[in-house]
Design a protein around this ligand. Sequence first.
Ligand code: ASP
Ligand code: MG
Length: 483
Amino acid sequence: MDQIYVNLWAVEYQQQYYLIYFCLNLALPPVFKFNRGAGFKSEVMKVLKFGGTSVGSAERMKRVAELTDIPGKRIVVLSAMSGTTDQLVKINEALSKKNNKEAATLIGELEPRYLNTIDALFRNEEYTGKAREIIRGHFDFLRSFTQDVFTSEEEKTVLAEGELMTTEIFQLYLEEMKIPSALLPALNFMRINEEGEPDMPYIEKHLKKELSKHLHTELLITQGYICRNPFGQVDNLKRGGSDYTASLIGAAAGAEEIQIWTDIDGMHNNDPRHVPDTYPIAELSFDEAEELAYFGAKILHPACILPAQKMNIPVRLLNTLQLEARGTVIKQNAEGGSIKAVAAKDNITVIKIKSERMLMAYGFLRNVFEVFERYKTPIDMIATSEVAVSLTIDNNTYLDPIVNELKNYATVDVETNQVIICIVGDFLAEKHGYATKIFNSLAQIPIRMISYGGSKNNISLLIGAGHKKEALMALNKGVFSNR
Ligand code: ASP
Ligand code: MG
């Protein structure tokens, strides 16, 4: 048989793909044109996450549809409509108390929210009907739990309903709008391991498998927050976990950018709830953003930084209500050399441990830390002297047993209702003057504990809760006023 020699080039021009080939023995036109989305470009370019308020009404969903109608392969991660997860938590509480009547009432309260959204969202009767059917199915499923014995494993199944309903409705709306799209079921690829941490190899493998089913679709919709555990049961990434989903998907798919869309124009330099005239920070490094998210900036789930950082994918925080705002970009090599922001973390407990046995001894701190480890309680701040160590925790679940164990070898004092004020920036060791600036601003405020030098991005101070607002205001004046 004759051999066929083909010389092939693929080019992209004005959002069209062209195959150009020279072939000696085939009588075909030398240029072949593909439409965008013909399966040529299958790599994910962007992951866009919209939180509960951004999909909280028909109006807001329409806006998300507009914002995501952009070129390129993209995965849109949605949270449940605002208020849904809170209501599902209440439903679970009622069901666990065998208060099935109350659970049914709570389910009945949630249903009209979805039905009204559908009525306002869809134009055509056929789609309204389809959407109502989807929602009815989900609410019948929720009601089925009120008919039977309820186990704690089923709680996670109930919690998953919010994201499932919201994404299904949104994707159906895209269909009505004739915007080509498909649903990627998060439960088919998002998974946590025995430690409750994301199982990255599994996620990568199964996300790719799901994506391969939609080579020709550029807009893919998936659920934030929900996942499966190693036993295949429905689970979740904990409250606020949709940001984490977006970042894990971005990392697994090797996306170019992860966008987190909210109602605020980025991370602010100070807490807008307590301080007037705050402003969005243009650029943050991954480390700075992680500290800020952990220590108080509510805009972003702190866990969501790490996967993006590992793969060096920029995370952009954008505002659905103010498209022209630049927001904040979190990336490697962000502009450095300054104090970027302050944040406060509430409900901190300080534990002061004092023991003469610590004097010139080793192994004492290990004993102390082991107690916290046994009770899986993370420590935020530490300060030590020769005979004492103070540390802070933000989870008091095991406070009593922890204190009882520590009392075996030390005197222990506990104070609750403290606040960590965290100052984030790029404090290069060679530069001086940062500490003076900070402490001068706080001259009037009693400081209980200081942590400086733990990282080059963070200076933390502990103060009583009563001084929080005053401290944030004072820092605003002393640190940011002459920027
Ligand atoms: N819907 C979940 C929650 O309210 C996840 C999220 O919104 O990120 O916590
Ligand atoms: Mg959130």
